[in-house]
Design a protein around this ligand. Sequence first.
Ligand code: TRH
Length: 396
Amino acid sequence: MTFETSIFSKQNTQAPIRLDLFCKVVDNFGDIGICWRLSKQFASEYAIAVQLWVDDLASFKRLCPQVSLDQECQVVEQITVRHWKNQAQTFSPSDIADIVIEFFACDIPPDYIATMATLTRKPIWLNLEGLTAETWVEGCHRLPSSHPQYPLTKYFYYPGFTDQTGGLICEAELETNRQIFLMRESELEHPFLRGLGLSSTEIKASKVSLFCYPHAPVSDLIQAWCNSSSPVVCLVPEGVAQTALTAFFGATPEVGMSKTVNALTLRVIPFLDQENYDHLLWLCDVNFVRGEDSFVRAQWACKPFVWHIYPQDENLHHKKLAAFLDRHRTIDPAESDFSLAWNAVQVCPDWDKLWRNYEQQREETPALVEQWRRQMMLNGDFSRNLFDFVGELRKK
Ligand code: TRH
């Protein structure tokens, strides 16, 4: 049974299922990063007609250069992208999609909600929540919430690390694509890395990608890499760790800049589109990632990674970090100390030693990170799980 017939079996129509996804960019790139990734997956793997409403096209364009900044409505890779300018927009019943998703509790336009309420066949309405490894998520996942004013129910849907959550976003072809890409990259003598400016010597060195929030102790780590006993090449997308990089280069960092100090070569690379950012993660030996989406992609890259968690008031993020490390520690024992120092949960008296230990211990990590990938795959892909849930709701 295809997805379409299974979830909309009562709907005698060949028209594709329509899904509206609303994304408010609170800050940075994770909100649109995740929504864009989901939109592409919904369209390509489920043949769904996706309309992505996003309020900040400039952030979107950083990770998807095809986006044009001045269009209210445009089609990008089969997705209809709508510039969500304000809440005052009005809608007619035919505007309302079959599935309506709001991302991170962004308030969708009031008239959209009012119009949903007028329909005989109400759309499925979901709120996608943020990723955390904390156990309370399992109790909140899939919970309904009745609208105070209208006969509408919204359901909370959580990604997560167990089979009692929605799992992690993982496209069907991701692992195959990774294997093919890695094979080609090595057979063709590293076109991707050469394209980023790396020399043959740099390609052989320990390669690290760096994506973190501005408060990360990057200067300490840079110093430790300079003092390392083996060469380290650090690749930093433009705009990341500006202060530490300015101090290192003695000038504002720009794409193409590179400088070697003792064991370390540091290169500023372009901010890549999402697909190429995956390629970077696949090719580096260690990935420093942050937030939510790059954090998940690092896990699918099957390489050791260090997570810079999104900071929250009252150090709530420390709890979230601990919850993740509790689950992941057995997989990557070297990660714990490093992560705690990187996130300022623990003071690090000696970064040289910390990096040295991390380097030594991570020799054992490849098999373990693969084991983690398999374990996470058992929870199922987030989108697949989500549409199974939509199917269940439809049958009610
Ligand atoms: O950018 P982030 O910090 O995003 C978020 C937001 O802060 C959000 O509000 C918060 O809720 C969330 O973190 C926890 O980090 P994240 O989630 O990793 O998103 C970055 C996106 O940018 C991701 O989709 C990968 C993409 N990216 C590229 O496409 N190219 C690049 O070169 C880089 C560095 C990232």
